[in-house]
Design a binder for this molecule. Sequence first.
Ligand code: UDP
Ligand code: MG
Length: 320
Amino acid sequence: MGRPLLSIAIPVYNEDGNLETLFTRLKTVLDDIDKSYEIIFTNDGSNDNSLTLLRHFQKCNPGTVRIIDLNGNFGQHMAVMAAFEQVRGEIIVTLDADLQNPPEEIPKLISAIEKGHDLVGSYRKRREDNLFRCIASRLFNFLRDLATGIHMRDQGCMLRAYRRRIVDIIVASGERSTFIPALAMSYATNPVEVEVDHEARLTGKSRYRIYDLIRLNFDIMTGFSMAPLQLVTMFGMLVASGSLLFVVYLFIRRLIIGPEAEGVFTLFAILYLLIGIGIFCLGVIGEYIGRIYQEVRHRPRFVIREVIETGCTATENGDE
Ligand code: UDP
Ligand code: MG
């Protein structure tokens, strides 16, 4: 198989209700573009029929479809990373398997790449998610902008196109708890963002629960910014100076008016607040330490059970 021009990377986790429609729509779009392409599906430990469907696509389209079957569920970004390690194309496009990103928007991304951009981000015209997700997303976009200096209009939209060079740098970075769009933005020299449509999930539910969303945003914050650590330090300094003033005030008050007994509960309230903040700050520090721990352990970021493609069916172990 020669090198195709386009590589489409799609992470798949329990999407058996969407894959047929996705594949048909995607194939129509790609055949129309008239450029050589490959589609890489990463099966991220699905426990439904997804892998069987993917194998079927691969069998019927041996020249264009490749499957990376991961050994378990490593998360959307690691699934994309696994595909990035295997892509052969010069232009790489990522999209979700649930049809929230319409494949029909791909030509728009490719033409932006062909105009000379090394990264094409996207923002959703009208987001088809519930109100909570939309509000949370706006808030996290704002915080990320503030803390990391990485400017993206819509970090959550995975319909993106990359020049090969950017993908190579991302792979070489060897990052694990990472967020690919932000990583790409930090390496791109000439990024652009285009507006894309967004649809409701065809079938199934979003895999991201509140817990996952919080984890993901911790990945973005701690992975791309030291601001949380620095804020904690600044805050500690502020509290320490405030407490010092308070102690001085109480001391003087004691000399002039005498000891105070009332207002004990106010002090308790202040104390509990500070203890709460203290625990949170410890947590923030812990987030960084946890990441350092993961890095030094040096375990593989994900484990590939099998790469299914025509010619050979290779079994691989780890990525490092
Ligand atoms: N996904 C994955 N591994 C996971 C969770 C999700 O590969 O652990 C895939 C999923 O199949 C889909 C994409 O990542 O193709 C986006 O997931 P989802 O639709 O659940 O996220 P949302 O659109 O709600 O952000
Ligand atoms: Mg989705």
